[in-house]
Write a protein that binds this ligand. Sequence first.
Ligand SMILES: [Zn+2]
Length: 120
Amino acid sequence: MKRLTPKELEDYEQRLRTMLAVLTGDIDRLEAEALGDRGVPHEVSAEGGTDSYSQEFSLELLERDESTVREVLQALDRIKGGSFGACEGCGSMILKERLKLVPHARNCIECQRKEEQGLL
Ligand SMILES: [Zn+2]
């Protein structure tokens, strides 16, 4: 199983914390996006940002409800516990493309589909 690098984990943790702040109403989206750009460590502070997923990740995708808040909190727990990025259904690594869009995803796309179809 390919593990995420500490740098990647750090980035995801930052995303999740920003999401959480937005979800709980601590900051508004514009502020969060600005914070997200500023907050990436070890990045050359060039204007425009070289952070490859700041463009892909959109806070617009966030649903402001309690279950999303819970999932974000659980994702932060998984970062602490070292299981972040692994699918809860089959244990394989969730595709990075998916994690970039949905950092709080619990399942890989395949298992997510099964769950939606009621097969799990
Ligand atoms: Zn899976």
